[in-house]
Design a binder for this molecule. Structure first.
Ligand code: KIV
Length: 294
């Protein structure tokens, strides 16, 4: 087993400046969620730009049926594990539902915990409205913020479920306003989720900060997907925008079934998986056990 501390010299660290430069150069930005150390190491190894410890951990890791119940402490533990696996990607931590909405002070305190204890480089929060004030307060406290508009899972009940947003002119105008407000508050990036591609195409030229899409078409500066969705680890309904780039679950089922069969058939462990003891030590041990039994 190998560990992995942070070695900033190993590869150029992704910074807010380098992300802005990529946007300027029209070089697509790659973002993915991760929730543990081995996944973070893989994301870093393939050169992902931004790793998000999303509150989607609630669903895909912790088995809750929405993102609402996940706590700061649960996400903090995952954030620390991801931090230990990253050397160059920018680490963004989601502020969970109920941890930032009540006041600017609460939002700043929670964001500081994710930076100080979790090792996050930035935090993400959802929606416009009062979240814009919270974003501004956190940024004033020196912590970079990523906004999130469109389908915002923390407000799924209020939005009428997990559905496409911005399908009417009123709704689209509202979400464009939210994105622009978050940008004006100083967010370095905004995630746009489940929005018609034509609406994204109207919004994108208005954004000077980085615009990351998920189910929002290709007019954004980059894309984000949930780890378990893109690698084929999640079960159940998949959103239309998800593309499966691997079927890791099928491979895990195959491997685990083979393991179970091998154990039941006494085929595993074989001689090559066992440790030896020098024969004279074994003889001495046998003699001692024998004499203790008499
Ligand atoms: O929690 C999450 O995974 C997210 C992404 C879908 C952007 O917010």
């Amino acid at each position: 087993m190998s560990g992995g501390g942070r070695d900033a010299t190993a590869r150029h660290a992704v910074t807010l400046t380098s992300l802005a430069a990529k946007k300027g150069d029209r070089e697509p930005i790659v973002m993915v969620t991760a929730y543990d150390h081995p996944s973070a190491r893989i994301a870093d190894e393939v050169g992902v730009d931004i790793v998000l410890v999303g509150d989607s951990a609630a669903n895909v890791v912790l088995g809750y049926d929405s993102t609402v119940p996940v706590t700061v402490d649960e996400l903090l533990m995952l954030t620390r594990a991801v931090r230990r696996g990253l050397q160059s990607a920018l680490l963004v931590a989601d502020l969970p539902f109920g941890s930032y909405e009540a006041s600017d002070e609460k939002a700043v305190r929670t964001a500081q915990r994710f930076v100080k204890k979790g090792g996050a480089d930035a935090v993400k929060l959802e929606r416009g409205g009062t979240s814009v004030d919270r974003a501004r307060a956190i940024i004033r406290a020196g912590i970079p913020v990523m906004g999130h508009v469109g389908l915002t899972p923390q407000a799924a009940t209020a939005l009428g479920g997990y559905r496409v947003q911005g399908r009417t002119a009123d709704d689209a105008e509202r979400l464009i306003r939210d994105a622009l407000d978050l940008q004006a508050a100083g967010c370095f990036a905004v995630v746009l989720e489940a929005v018609p591609a034509a609406v994204t195409a109207l919004l994108a030229p208005m954004m000077s900060c980085v615009l990351i899409g998920i189910g929002a078409g290709d007019a954004t500066d980059g894309q984000v997907l949930v780890w378990h969705d893109l690698l084929g680890l999640s079960t159940g309904h998949l959103a239309k925008f998800v593309r499966r780039f691997a079927d890791v679950r099928a491979e895990a089922v195959r491997g685990l079934s083979d393991y179970a069969r091998a154990v039941r058939d006494h085929e595993y462990p074989a001689a090559e998986h066992t440790y030896a003891i020098p024969p004279e030590e074994l003889d001495a041990l046998r003699a001692r056990l024998q004499s203790q039994r008499q």
